[in-house]
Design a protein around this ligand. Structure first.
Ligand code: AMP
Ligand code: ZN
Length: 118
């Protein structure tokens, strides 16, 4: 599995940089965003170092399916029974700052309008 020792989220996956994890399995970890944009703001991060959606290949189909099916489960565990928002920023032009694929899961108070803007 690809990892990059210079990558923030690879270091969080490895445990060398701390995070507040809420879920973990063989394919992904889920932890709290350090700068939450809503009452609940989690990041779903593959253990594999994949830069962005631009680097997704067919071999990632199992991982992507896993993440999509996991999102509503995590949302319900977090008490987001009314619904939740998911955001994937891709590339600098898409607002991506950490170049290790991740899905933002947002919900609860503070969630307004469409998407989120820095
Ligand atoms: P993006 O703009 O999609 O690349 O989002 C990167 C996200 O990572 C931002 O929402 C940051 O607040 C979050 N972030 C950056 N550093 C950390 C960290 N050490 N722990 C948790 N979240 C972080
Ligand atoms: Zn990485």
């Amino acid at each position: 599995m690809t990892t990059d020792t210079n990558c923030l989220f690879c270091n969080i996956v490895a445990g060398t940089i701390p995070s507040t994890q809420v879920y973990s399995d063989e394919l992904v970890i889920v932890f709290k965003d350090i700068n939450p944009k809503a009452q609940i703001h989690l990041l779903v991060v593959p253990r594999e170092h994949i830069i962005s959606l631009n680097e997704i290949e067919q071999r990632h189909d199992v991982l992507i399916g896993h993440i999509i099916r996991l999102l509503p489960k995590i949302a319900k565990e977090q008490g987001l029974n009314d619904g939740f928002r998911t955001v994937i920023n891709t590339g600098a032009g898409g607002g991506q700052v950490v170049f290790h694929l991740h899905v933002h899961l947002l919900g609860g108070k503070g969630l307004h309008g469409v998407g989120f803007v820095e």
